[in-house]
Design a protein around this ligand. Structure first.
Ligand SMILES: Nc1ncnc2c1ncn2[C@@H]1O[C@H](COP(=O)(O)OP(=O)(O)O)[C@@H](O)[C@H]1O
Ligand SMILES: [Mg+2]
Length: 401
């Protein structure tokens, strides 16, 4: 039995998407596969349409039972997702695991003991980890034969990457078993130059510690999750599923026999280089500091006038978003250029009247986005170009040339 922990302390880099769909691809290839959700947020249950209100017992009960010497069989909590694919769901109680286990010896080995008890029943166990360095993640690491670190291929992913890897390295050193650590490029958008550069840099640095397979950004993966299905069921002909089949093949073919010290050291040796090149890349790709457009004494230039109109405009090789929300507290932008994460691109209020602006350096291409006004997602009221999205809402569309 191989146990694959999907770890990255950063949220939103694709851990849950990778966990669910890698598990489904392994099952589709004929392997008996168990997905264990170690994140108290229970995103695996959500993404696989397991009704949360009907989860009576979760991995929390099994782990706590093991820690306290009153074991509960993991089989009692499992949900069948499809053929050969089962889920051990989590629950919010898991957030209190660390506190509940305080003072209990061997608390970092609870999951390992649980999985040891079923090693003949499964070929693969995939563990979805929370975005934190906690006792839960450490339990996953202790149980693991393999670690997959998804790294989102966007500008914001480089922030803190070497720190994340360093933490992982420290944790790996505290494990006594062999662990095969591999980096996986995720949410890759081949159309952006930045994505291609980041991928090339990671490949250069990690070489054999990086999967050749890259998980492309594919809206089918998002749709599948929102409808509660693995991609193998939702759209087996999609690019998203092909990526996961190829990842499963590669994982099945990787050698787990390399010596532990060698693995950890190879990662350690790379950290300095990765850190330096990430900084360098960040500097070259850096979005310009937000600028307030000032009207010069000679009267406004054409571009300055353009900037006064709301909507999206290309100015000096950048895209300027302008909008008017007089009463809003926050206005953010979520789009396919930032993994639909509004936290990464907050607009700035530039006038008392309630004008909000943000400039982004975007490569040539077609983009879709929505504005998030005080937490409410909506289309850009000043952009006429729209497109219906899979959820029946309107995305705003823009072309950068
Ligand atoms: N390859 C991908 N293509 C499209 N959307 C993706 C992809 N990977 C992740 N996402 C989306 O990005 C968001 C964050 O992904 P998720 O897997 O939940 O990350 P994490 O578990 O690391 O927080 C989700 O909305 C998910 O649907
Ligand atoms: Mg997650």
């Amino acid at each position: 039995m191989r146990t694959v922990a999907v770890i990255n302390q950063k949220g939103g880099c694709g851990k849950t998407t990778v966990s669910i769909n890698l598990a489904s691809a392994l099952a589709a290839k004929g392997h008996r596969t168990l997905l264990v959700d170690m994140d108290p947020q229970s995103h695996c249950a959500v993404g696989l349409a397991v009704p949360e209100e009907q989860i009576e017992h979760s991995i929390y009960d099994v782990l706590i039972g093991t820690g306290r010497g009153e074991p509960m069989r993991i089989n009692e909590i499992l949900w069948q997702i499809c053929e050969r694919f089962e889920l051990a769901p989590s629950s919010i109680d898991l957030a209190a695991f660390e506190q509940q286990m305080a003072g209990i010896t061997d608390r970092e080995n609870c999951l390992r003991k649980v999985l040891d008890g079923i090693r003949d029943e499964y070929d693969y166990v995939v563990i979805d980890c929370p975005p934190s360095v906690s006792l839960l993640t450490f339990n996953a690491l202790r149980a693991a034969t393999d670690v997959v670190v998804p790294v989102e291929m966007g500008y914001f992913s480089l922030h803190g990457l070497s720190k994340q890897l360093e933490t992982l390295n420290v944790l790996c050193r505290q494990c006594d078993q062999h662990i095969n650590v591999m980096v996986l490029g995720s949410m890759y958008d081949i159309r952006t130059k930045m994505g291609r550069e980041i991928l090339a840099e990671l490949k250069k640095n990690f070489s054999n510690r990086m999967f050749k397979t890259v998980v492309n950004f594919n809206t089918k993966l998002k749709e599948a999750a929102s409808l509660g299905q693995p991609i193998s069921e939702y759209d087996p002909s999609s690019k998203g599923f092909k990526d996961f089949l190829s990842l499963a093949d590669e994982l099945m073919g990787t050698d787990t026999k390399m010596h532990r010290a060698e693995l950890v050291n190879s990662l350690q040796a790379k950290l300095g280089v990765i850190s330096a090149s990430a900084e360098e890349l960040l500097a070259t790709l850096k979005p310009e500091p937000k600028q307030q457009i000032e009207v010069s004494s000679d009267g406004p230039t054409f571009e300055e006038k353009l900037a006064d109109f709301y909507g999206v405009h290309q100015i000096n090789g950048k895209v300027l978003f302008s909008t008017l929300y007089p009463r809003a507290e926050t206005v953010k932008i979520a789009g396919d250029f930032n993994g639909w994460n509004p936290e990464l691109t907050e607009m700035e209020k530039v006038s008392e009247k309630g004008k909000w602006q943000l400039q982004l350096p975007l490569e040539k291409g077609t983009y879709r986005y929505r504005l998030v006004v005080d937490g409410q997602w909506q289309q850009d009221p000043y952009n006429e170009l729209t497109e219906i999205n899979p959820f029946g809402d309107m995305n705003s569309v823009m072309y950068v040339d």
